[in-house]
Design a protein. Sequence first.
Lengths: 228, 428
Amino acid sequence: MGSLVTIRGLRKAYRMGDETVHALDGVDLDFDRGEYVAILGPSGSGKSTLMHILGFMDQPTEGSIVFEGEEVSSLSADRRAWYRSNRVGFVFQSFNLLPRLTVLENVALPLLYRDESDPAANEAAAKHALERVGMSHRLDHRPSQLSGGERQRVAIARAIVGNPAIVFADEPTGNLDVKNVDRILDLLGSLLAEGITVVLVTHDLGVAAKARRVISMRAGKVMEDRRQ
Amino acid sequence: MKVFDRLRPAIVNGLRELQANKVRSLLSMSGIILGVASLVAMVTVVQGMVGNFRQFVDAMGGIEKITVDRQALPKDQEHLAELSEGITMRDVEQIRATVPLVRNISPEVRVGYEKIVFEGREAITLIMGCTPDYLPVAKRWVDPEQGRFISDLDILHRTDVVVLGSSIAADLFPPNVDPLGKVIRVKGKRFVVVGLLNNIEGAGVQIRSANAKGGGGMWRWRNSGVYIPVSTATAKFTGNDHLTGLGLRIGDAADLQNTVDQLERTLLQMHNGLKDFSISTNEETLESFKKTESAFKLSLGGVAAISLFIGGIGIMNVMLASINERIREIGVRKAVGARGSDLFLQFLAEAAVISVLGGVIGLSVSMGIVWVMNFILIQAIPTQAVATLDWKIMLQGLGFSVVVGLVAGVYPALRAANLDPIEALRHE
């Protein structure tokens, strides 16, 4: 498996009043294709900031990111939107499905914002993604009609519908009961087989234990990078 | 094509939001509804009024008609009153000779409201003495099957012939009697009916019950005249050669002021400088009406503009509230790849959907308003429908609402487009 992302000397600083906060303070990391990585750390450790930057939602103050061979540390807003729509997927703790849209429409949403967007093809892709997460029996339901576990499966379908290279899961099991936690984590693990890199962002050691590589962060720095 | 591909889901989304917040959307539309309805109804009714008035002016002889009336001398000439001879046929000859811009000149003698009788049936109406030129000046005619008008020979021989207006003929003769050739008494004297004047109708709408008493609507006074030769009128009734007034028609309305000036000079000269006459045109009436019209347009247009403006503020308000409620949604859409421009388009389309729908509802409300106003006006003045809706005006009203909606939507849409996705996703 080749290298998907290479990060060197990554820094992110915020101004909070008079103080400058270093959310990321010199991070060097490499992610390969098809890796199952957990980023572990307490709140304020910089793990969310790292996820946002790697997920093209934010930009670093300093440092370089090479994604699929391209330097992407200072892209325009529209170019970052392109990467979000085409190369990465997000799974959130609180699912973040749009309540007015059906399951099918929620899953097709990332495709809507692509330059060449064909409604019929989008629907087919969304149906396929929902099959992969075992939710194809609920196409026309609203998110409010689903259980928490089902919602998160729909969210995973939305994350993978655009064939991303990397999926970020931000505390994906934080709002789920024990029975569903394993199911969702196994589902995320199954994405590796398709060459998708899965990055779990969590402060839960039990969740991190599922991953094959655990990166521990504290105060904006990588404290430990361990393969298990 | 690409723009449409992006626009279509935005519009679908806007409709869906509208459906999800029916009451709120309707409230936000109310300003636009009122604005469009008042705008369209106002323009329609004012146009109807203008149309009606033009008909009225036309019935008065049109803009090319000039009227000369006898008038008391002004204060500074009062002591010369006994020198005043009034308007006579000599004035008519002089005007014919010296004011070539005048195409027709109709000397008129007003005998007054007198009784006319036919076999026990009687009516009281205005008796006028006139010449053949009355027809072109008043824009009237006698249909061939309705006899003839007063001729030059009648004037020359002071014949006892009479031409009746259509409504007075209907009053005086039973329906099965042909008035032509019948002898009637006018103020006790015998006259032969030789013709019936054309019936004046309100444009497009038949005068209601022309045969019934009290029928005829606003044009009734124009159909109730009785006309005799001017020479007969002076010889048999008034006993002097004074004319009541002159009706003049010019060829081109553009010559109106010139003609009035020349008339005034000619008449002053003829009357030894005595200002015992007045000259009036329909232009003044038309002018004063135009002022009323623009005053109406300004004030009602102002009302409509203000309500459209308020409608715009209403839409902006609702859009801002809606965006505040949906910050998370905006965050999610951005996280899955929406550009700022996608969200801008989405919220602008939402504002446009609200305003277009409001505009359409406003148009149907305006139809109701116009219908009610017509109903009321027809009760008040028995004439034709005052106002008809014009699709051009309706299209303009709709266009206004779209513009207002788009302008009102720009700021909220920009706010949505510029939200930071991370902040938006954190929003509770």
